[in-house]
Design a protein around this ligand. Structure first.
Ligand code: SF4
Length: 383
């Protein structure tokens, strides 16, 4: 079993170590890759029996370890496209590695370096191969998807003999021609993100935007070295919804950042109430080794951080519940992950809710009429 890990913040490290433990208990043969792979000692101390540990973005090392430790079964998908670690009907499409930002809570740039965009021709070829191999949903990922091409000055590449710029908007237009669902993740809120919203409205790519806002207080955002102000974000959300009323916006936030006052936290709650985001993740700040934010004054006590996280999530839960209830009675298209479970345009795999019903086969697109909702999932009938 291959476990892809994250070492982004301490909570993620814990989660990754738990995932490795679970995989060992289930399977016994485990290869660890991803961000946390750069911290070999931490993994070896917790789980000495893992077969191999590779660093992030090191597909050849993963494949070498697989071939060394496990017999290689024939797999038409793997043979065709290299490595494939997800179910056959969806796939992650990595478009770049590294990041030019220096958010003070994050150590990814020191682990992975500055942004390096993959050539657009290569990305599009991979996407095309995946769709030809039966993939129905492409999940576009990188550390900073909206920065795609900045490092190569938006160089023009070629796909199917025609010029295409190494730029998020052009990538989205081209991906939209493949006939698969296209979902954007980790979209840093640059102004040009607005350009992809019409593509969502016209159905070229999924009306889903995963855009981490992290906080709403201007002072905390400055300390985090993040852009934008809460008012601007609210204005942009309004504009996005005007252009694409069906858009699902997912975001993540950090509470208990060093120096965060009760008043700044309340500001965040008011923002959340007003923003009415569809999907939200919230982390209590944890000081990752090597992060610049650790040197900031005013660490927030753990119990305060935890209570803020709980208050934040309680409010968001009400918002999500209300938003999901409004879908009752509608018929929505889902991609079936397994019989009885599918995802709509509003649900990314692993991180969002699901739609439950009877029947359906993996990889099928089906229409489901929604009968009821809880705070995470929808329940309905196949049409
Ligand atoms: S944008 Fe910020 S949080 Fe995201 S990878 Fe870059 S430095 Fe880290």
């Amino acid at each position: 079993m291959i476990v892809n890990t994250c070492g982004f913040i301490d909570a993620a490290v814990e989660e990754s170590l738990d995932a490795i433990g679970e995989a060992l208990a289930k399977n016994g043969k485990v290869i660890v890759t991803g961000c946390l792979g750069a911290r070999e000692k931490t993994i070896k101390e917790a789980h000495p029996s893992v077969l191999a540990i590779t660093g992030p973005h090191d597909t050849p090392a993963v494949m070498k370890a697989v071939h060394e430790h496990l017999s290689r079964p024939h797999d038409p998908y793997t043979d065709l496209i290299g490595v494939k670690l997800t179910p056959p009907h969806y796939a992650y499409l990595k478009i770049a590695e590294g990041c030019n930002h220096r958010c003070t809570f994050c150590i990814i740039p020191s682990m992975r370096g500055d942004l390096v965009s993959r050539p657009i021709g290569e990305v599009m070829q991979e996407a095309e191969n995946l769709v030809k191999a039966g993939v129905k949903e492409l999940l576009v990922i990188s550390q900073d998807t909206s920065a795609y091409g900045v490092d190569v000055k938006y160089r023009t590449g070629f796909w199917q003999g025609r010029p295409v710029k190494t730029k998020m908007t052009e990538l989205c237009k081209s991906l939209g021609e493949l006939g698969a669902w296209v979902r954007l993740h980790y979209v840093y809120p640059y102004p040009h993100v607005d350009e992809v919203i019409p593509l969502m409205a016209s159905g070229k790519i999924l009306p889903y935007l995963d855009v981490p806002f992290q906080h709403a207080s201007a002072r905390i955002l400055r300390l985090m070295k993040r852009p934008a102000s809460a008012e601007k974000v609210l204005e942009r959300l309004r504009a996005w919804r005007e252009v694409c009323p069906g858009i699902t916006v997912r975001s993540t936030f950090i509470v208990g950042f060093p120096g965060e006052t009760e008043q700044e936290f309340s500001q965040l709650l008011s923002f959340l109430q007003e923003a009415q985001l569809d999907r939200v993740g919230c982390f209590a700040y944890s000081p990752v080794d090597g992060a610049a934010a650790n040197a900031l004054p005013g660490p927030v006590p753990d119990e305060v951080k935890e209570s803020r996280r709980e208050r934040f999530m309680a409010l968001q839960q009400k918002i999500s519940e209300g938003k999901l209830k409004r879908k009752v009675g509608r018929t929505i298209r889902v991609l079936v992950d397994e019989p009885g479970v599918g995802r709509s345009s509003a649900d990314a795999p692993e991180i969002d809710g699901v739609v439950r019903f009877n029947g359906g086969g993996p990889g099928e697109f089906r229409d489901v009429t929604i009968d009821r909702a809880d705070e995470h999932d929808l329940y309905g009938r196949l049409q």
